[in-house]
Design a protein around this ligand. Sequence first.
Ligand SMILES: [Zn+2]
Length: 493
Amino acid sequence: MGYRVLTGEIAHETNTFSVVPTTMEHFRRRVFLTANEIPARRLGTRSEFGATFEAAEKYGWTLIHPVAASANPSGTITSETFETLAGLLLAGADGGIDGALLHLHGAMVTENYQDGEGEILRRLREKVGPDVPIVVTLDLHGNITEQMAACANALIAVRTYPHVDYYERAWQGADLLQRAMAGEIKPRTVIAKRPMLRGLNGGRTQIGPMRELIERGAALEQEGRALVVSVCSGFTAADIHDIGPSVTVTTDGADPTGQAIAEEFMDYAWKTRDYLSVSNHTIEDAVRHARDGEGKHERPLVMADVTDNPGSGHYGDSTNLLRAMIAADLQNTAFYAIFDPAAVQAAIAIGIGNSGTITMGGKHDPSAGGGPLTVTAQIVTLSDGKFQTFGPMGGGVWRDYGPSALLRVGGIEIALITNNGQAVDTAQLTSLGCDPTRKNTVAVKSNHHFRAAFEPLSREVITVNGGALGAMILRDAPYKNVRRPIWPLDPLA
Ligand SMILES: [Zn+2]
């Protein structure tokens, strides 16, 4: 008789500075699947669920999978939405379970709970008692808390940014859970933090302290000194008490080694807190650089506006960069994207091949990244926005950006989308008939995830300060709830 295992996904990275509250509608637009809809969409993919279904097969588990829900990062989650999702997941434990393997994010904030994941885990722990193992996979951008560490047996964060190892981490969690359910091990997790708002190079794993600590953690796992070492850089666009980088260490039983490792790692994170491997260009510099390169190269310059990154809960409709690109009359250029459902409808009304006037973007907060932009455009493509991911991050999972259009304004092809999302996959452009590999310049809205798919095809990558919501948070630091003192808001030795 196999173990009864509860699995499920509730994932959201909450930007508490966004004016857009997150509701069930936001989850429905990205991922909201229940019960048997989940294997239908996830079996055979290189996703967390893909791994979990395979592990259930291998270990003979009876898998209970009530819900898979993830929304594009956006504002605080409404209480009603949180209760709906948490209720669905927790009801999965009603018939009794032997263990749980949950796929969460770690930076979810709701109207009532600054620590959304901690609250889910607290309720689950209360329901199943102290002896049922709970293993959780996380994003390394989670703001991890004492409550999460106390209520779960193991926390396993991804080790890549761009995140391309969800599948591997879910397998690691599955193997650990199996050993725990069989009574071979009794995993316990401890956490260390420092008074840091940010650090660890924003989680970038190519170079610097984040990479060093992840490699050291993996080595400790190999040597058997810890079951899991997870390094999280945190998420800065969250006005919560427990913001910031963390290290969690899972050992077999309560073992002081775990806390010692976590503290030593965080000492290093504190010492290297200033380290940053990227610096942003101004819009003027970026556009000039793009124009200077025209006709000289076979591969595109990829430039990313990191201040209007829908992947960090920014609005995705900032127009500053696009306005400057049009003014400079850039040629053979692609732009992804302006999130504006009404503008898509205007494009549909104009029709493929026709030209017309469209006003797009700048609608959420014109003071953050520029107001609405009016252009005369030709409609090149219209699409329902559904396609299978191609690049390393998507795992072959289908995505849905809603009704979408490709416009041509001079030498620039502009994607308009109905469901907000950052540029992470070349299929976001190719599904609209735009081949990024043949462009001189490809502009995207993304902080770092775009690199997985777009850096290999580029001649050069630069990041741009487009003056949108991300720039405002950095400049104004409008935090009220973070614990104080904290670096870099307060002077700390
Ligand atoms: Zn992340």
